[in-house]
Design a protein around this ligand. Structure first.
Ligand code: AMP
Ligand code: MG
Length: 405
């Protein structure tokens, strides 16, 4: 058995960032920039009003109330045609350019209309009141994002506001996914003895998509070496990575093991963790000469999930240009229930549900049975507690918890 971090290092070393491509700004959700973004123009592009109100010369409105003559109305998008003169005001709407002469905007709530032609200013105005300056969000020439930044929704909005319509970014990895096992039923038909319903495909599809990848779901492949080899070779032309479920442990019909040993360079690992001891990582060369990483996950659903989380997800993130937080964040939590385990030389990843308490700390409790086939207790979990070798931890003890989503 090897320690988990050794397996993680080997997997990460075997996966390289994909070549950046040009991406339309509106397709940047969750993607990583592969260039710096320098703003070509000021945002906002001109000084404008932050409020609906009246543009005035503050000198005319230092002492209030005072009546000013309204000489024009400016909507957002309108171009000012005349300046504000002595004892004059211009009715103005949020976002409209500040007219010449004005140095303050009084919000409409602090005014009262007097007939058709005048307005009474009820609250004294100071220079710059109600005005947002050109470039006060982003200055022309400013580097708004550096290469490696992961754009959130606001970031994509900023790309639009600085007119960065096409940017260099790391692509979404195209991940081929397949499940193996003659016992697996996918089509909803009644189960014969020995058959079970397939669950990993749907689960892993969801996890891979959540990682930000495009999934090529190949479905269940029978435990047939020739068939599996054909499917794998065929998909290399249109994918960047392959995730398989099942067939990587010590069983007699572990066809994934047989086929991958033949067509790929593989590293068959036994990791000192539970669940998810067996894990396979390898590289396959596509017909067009690209190196395609392969993640061979064990078939037991919880083992599949945990090895995806701990090994495949970080590697796929690296391929998509992520440089930080490849692993889920871990946080030190307090146990509200004991976590019992046996000493076996492994780290146990135990399913827990956590909530922040009034003390500001994360409190976790186990979500039920911890067998590697018991997916239901995993569904209730929002964290994986990392329980070191030994007899387990008692209530009140501290434990590191990986936060799942
Ligand atoms: P394997 O890794 O192929 O030896 O499978 C280990 C266990 O996981 C067996 O009990 C399988 O029936 C079960 N299993 C394998 N693949 C799946 C799957 N896709 N969905 C649900 N259970 C599975
Ligand atoms: Mg199997």
């Amino acid at each position: 058995m090897i320690p988990l971090h050794e397996a993680q290092d080997a997997v990460l070393a075997g996966c390289q960032p994909l070549a950046p491509q040009l991406v339309a700004y509106h397709e940047m959700t969750g993607r990583v920039l592969a260039q710096d973004i320098v703003a070509p123009e000021d945002v906002p592009p001109f000084s404008n009003t932050a409020v609906d109100g009246y543009a005035v010369r503050s000198i005319d409105a230092h002492t209030t109330p005072v009546e000013l003559r309204v000489v024009d109305t400016l909507a957002a998008g309108a171009e000012p045609k005349i300046a504000v003169g002595e004892h004059e005001a211009i009715r103005i709407m949020t976002g409209a350019p500040l007219p010449a002469g004005a140095d303050a905007v009084v919000m409409v709530e602090d005014t009262q209309r007097v007939g058709e032609t005048h307005v009474s200013i009820l609250r004294a105005a100071n220079v710059h009141d109600g005005i947002r300056d050109a470039g006060s969000d982003v200055r022309a020439g400013e580097t708004v994002f550096v290469s490696g930044t992961v754009l959130n929704a606001a970031g994509i909005g900023v790309l639009a506001s600085v007119n960065a319509r096409t940017v260099r970014a790391f692509p979404r990895a195209r991940v081929a996914l397949l499940s193996t096992g003659d016992e697996l039923v996918v089509d909803g038909s009644p189960l014969r003895i020995g058959q079970i319903r397939e669950s990993n495909l749907t689960m892993l599809h969801s996890m891979i998509a959540d990682t930000g990848c495009d999934v090529i779901n190949l479905g269940v492949v029978r435990d047939d070496e020739a068939e599996l080899e054909r499917v794998l070779r065929d998909v290399t032309q249109r994918c960047d990575a392959i995730v398989t479920s099942g067939g990587v442990s010590m069983g007699d019909f572990d066809v994934v093991k047989a086929v991958l040993s033949k067509i790929a360079t593989m590293n068959w690992m036994q990791m000192a963790i539970k669940p998810a001891k067996p894990f396979a990582f390898g590289q396959l060369t596509s017909t067009d000469g690209r190196v395609i990483p392969i993640f061979g996950l064990p078939g037991n659903p919880v083992s599949s999930l945990i090895s995806y989380e701990l090994l495949a997800r970080p590697a796929l993130r690296k391929m998509m240009g992520h440089q930080h937080q490849l692993l889920r964040p871990a946080i030190r939590a307090v146990l509200d229930t004991p976590l019992k385990r046996k000493q076996d030389g492994k780290i146990h990843f135990m399913r827990v549900f956590g909530e922040f308490g009034a003390d500001g700390r994360l409190h976790v409790r186990d979500t039920g049975p911890q067998g590697s086939h018991q997916l239901a207790s995993t569904a209730m979990a929002n964290g994986l507690a990392c329980v070191p070798d030994g007899q387990g931890l008692s209530e009140g003890a501290e434990v590191d918890v990986y936060l799942l989503g």
